[in-house]
Design a protein. Sequence first.
Length: 132
Amino acid sequence: MGNYRIPKPVNEPIKTYAPGTPERAAIKKALADLKARKLDIPMIIGGKEIKTDKVIKITAPHDHSLELGHYYQGGPGEVKAAIDTALAAKEKWIALPWEQRAAIFLKAADLIAGPYRYLMNAATMLAHSKNI
């Protein structure tokens, strides 16, 4: 068995988003980009995109005229398929060594803290009526 080193946890730097800062410009661009496109959000069950006839519009809570996109509502069949798929995946996940499971979450954290930071922040701001 090898030695594995999990990085020491470090808090993300606090960004001020003050006017004139690079992070302010980046978040404004991400907000404009998200407002300009309409997201099409299918269900993902077993790695497959599932779309139903029940399409639900997504609007910003603070501005119902701002349509962010739409999603497809599932019914009992999709719920059962999702549960069955999750239970089947559970065994594979449990069988993975903890180092591989940790690596998946560490990679996700790196992506969110890095190239997807402003996209994630902008999506949170629009979907939950948050401000800078």
